[in-house]
Design a protein around this ligand. Structure first.
Ligand code: MEV
Length: 295
């Protein structure tokens, strides 16, 4: 059985597409996959059977992934452990888990390359941060040019994650930021400069165990993301509930426009999770450990 992490982006989504660094953390919930030799290639995603020759988006993504891995015909089955389209890197987790399963079953090639080929079909212009976080554990500092660098955490990060609103399309959100960048380049560049300094400071906070500082930087990142029209009323509400319940910081994670909120807590995610539940939000806690991610 092959596994891949889900992810949260602690800081820097969207501007990472334009070369600004970002920080992501792999979470244990993600995707798992098995591949078995078969007369004919096939893919099953949860209960859904995908015809690899059917021409759907998933079928095209699967053939991009298979082309990157020379493999015999395989029956691949993937189970997703996180909500799709909600900022937790579901698509990248499926790509990484499927690529690992194919390699375990006799395929050959690079997991990240195969998962990025899969992602490109859905996203158009992925930075690669989701696939990198899905393939690594722990916390990574990521740039498009350099890829992931592990961050050595002093203490585990304790997170609370809520599904704040319905899923949004990453492709559409990335395209809306691209249009905004074309129209209002000066404003976009100022925002990107702001996020760059937040990310650099957040790295220092992570390396020194300053969770209070990290939480404040996440809040500031959320403000800048709202300025790019990526937040929603539901996301703002979920962030406010988390902060009122004692979170050190809270923000959207991933593409925004819906989906999940991530909150950083000092010790115990319980009070934030209880507060979200009392408002009817689906949520769970996650810990990111101070371990060296696998290469
Ligand atoms: C999506 O999880 C993160 C984005 O920055 C897109 C990307 O980096 O490919 C919105």
């Amino acid at each position: 059985m092959a596994h891949a992490n889900g992810k949260v982006i602690l800081l820097g989504e969207h501007t990472v597409v334009y070369g600004v660094p970002a920080i992501a953390a792999g979470i244990d919930r993600g995707a798992s996959a098995v591949a078995r030799p078969a007369g004919k290639a096939s893919l099953k995603l949860g209960k859904e059977r995908v015809d690899p020759a059917g021409g759907s988006e998933i079928a095209r993504a699967y053939s991009a992934l298979s082309d990157a891995l020379s493999a015999p015909p395989l029956a691949v089955e993937v189970e997703l452990e996180i909500p799709a389209g909600s900022g937790l890197g579901a698509s990248a987790a499926i790509g990484v888990a499927a690529a690992r399963a194919v390699i375990e079953a006799g395929g050959a090639g690079d997991v990240l390359e195969a998962a990025t080929a899969w992602e490109r079909v859905f996203h158009g212009n992925p930075s690669g941060i989701d696939a990198a976080a899905a393939a690594h554990g722990g916390c990574i500092y990521f740039t498009r040019a350099e890829g992931p660098t592990p961050i050595r955490l002093i203490d585990p990060l304790r997170l609370a994650i809520a599904v704040a609103g319905p899923p949004a399309s990453t492709r559409q959100m990335v395209e809306s930021v691209a249009r905004m960048r074309d129209r209002r380049r000066e404003l976009f560049d100022k925002t990107a400069d702001g996020i760059l300094s937040l990310v650099k400071n957040a790295r220092l906070c992570l390396e020194s165990g300053d969770t209070t500082g990290l939480g404040r930087l996440m809040d500031l990142n959320q403000m800048l993301l709202s300025g790019l029209f990526l937040s929603t009323e539901e996301i703002e509400n979920a962030c406010r509930i988390a902060r009122d319940a004692g979170a050190l910081g809270a923000k959207l994670t991933g593409a925004g426009g819906g989906g999940c909120v991530v909150a950083l807590v000092e010790e115990d995610a319980g009070p934030v999770l209880e507060a979200w539940k009392s408002h009817g939000l689906e949520c769970f806690g996650a810990e990111v450990h101070a371990r060296e991610p696998a290469p």
